[in-house]
Design a protein around this ligand. Structure first.
Ligand code: GLU
Length: 288
């Protein structure tokens, strides 16, 4: 990053349930990283995957982030209102022959790749070179998904699902580029997404400086299990129910990260004043 490239960071929750303490830790780390760089920090609701969105969850997520003490610049953006941008990016890729329809089911792919059930499998390229006639015939049978014709990554990954919903890699990359994001700080569970998103960013904005992706450690509960929305891991609401405050949780999260000793309760902005970038990097490195 040079002085002429200002820092723009973001937090991008999916409103598919209450944020758990692991989500809040990621949000806190992303916010601290941006503010330690005197950067901007944007908030983006990843609510495009409508079947998974839980009603009221976006509002609850925002309430929890505000309660924790995180702030952001400008209005919150909602992926559900940004379809035109995704259409434009998808159409552009299609016009450059970077997209092809795929008629395979998961089972077809697994069988073609001779991979055992549950194993990570790269797409074996089955529909990559279908003729127009073969495509038209297959379309009579089923709606296709659309994959990126990817020359430099392992996998021709899905950009648009057969139900018409744009896939995570496409919307995230389009948003990060369009919003001028320079640094993506997110949970280590998304580390494997970097290769695809880098590739897509190169196709969509070849002249732009590459984004910097930084993975931060996930949080584990007392039983040693990774926190997850699906299993109802501890949330901000549980803290409020115990009569505890946002700064108390922010301090506990920072203490668990080794950023402060926890001897006094600090709000997010007090935490920011009491640590520097080296502390942040050390904490993330130690837990990675
Ligand atoms: N919406 C994703 C999540 O909540 C994060 C996506 C990202 O940071 O790229 O896990």
């Amino acid at each position: 990053m040079t002085n002429s490239t200002p820092y723009v960071g973001r937090y991008a929750p999916s409103p598919t349930g209450d944020l758990h303490l692991g989500n809040l830790q990621t949000a806190l780390l992303a916010w601290l990283h941006a503010r330690l760089h005197s950067g901007q920090f944007l908030m983006r609701m990843e609510d495009i995957d409508t079947p998974r969105v839980v009603e009221g969850s976006a509002e609850a997520n925002i309430r929890d982030l505000v309660w924790l003490g995180i702030d952001w610049d400008g209005p919150i953006s909602y992926q559900s209102e940004r379809h035109a941008l995704y259409d434009q990016a998808f159409d552009g890729l299609q016009a450059h022959n970077k997209v092809f329809p795929c008629f395979c089911s998961r089972k077809d792919i697994r069988e073609a790749a001779s991979a055992p059930h549950g194993a990570a499998i790269a797409y074996p390229g089955t529909c990559r070179n279908l003729s127009a006639a073969e495509q038209a015939k297959a379309e009579l049978e089923k709606a296709p998904s659309f994959r990126l014709r990817c020359n430099q990554c392992e996998d021709d990954f899905v950009l648009k699902r057969a139900d018409g919903i744009y896939a995570y890699h496409l919307v995230v990359t389009v948003d990060d580029l369009e919003q001028g994001i320079t640094h993506v700080v997110r949970g280590a569970d998304l580390e494997d997404s970097q290769a695809q998103q880098r590739q897509l960013a190169k196709y969509l904005a070849p002249d732009r400086n590459p984004l910097e992706y930084i993975s931060v450690p996930l949080k584990f509960d007392e039983a040693g299990d990774r926190m997850s929305k699906r299993f109802g891991s501890e949330s901000a609401q549980a803290w409020r129910d115990r009569g505890l405050s946002g700064p108390q949780l922010a301090t506990q999260l920072a203490k668990d990260l080794g950023l402060v000793d926890g001897s006094q309760t600090l709000s997010c902005s007090e935490l920011l004043d009491s640590i520097n970038l080296q502390d942040w990097q050390r904490a993330v490195r130690q837990l990675s």
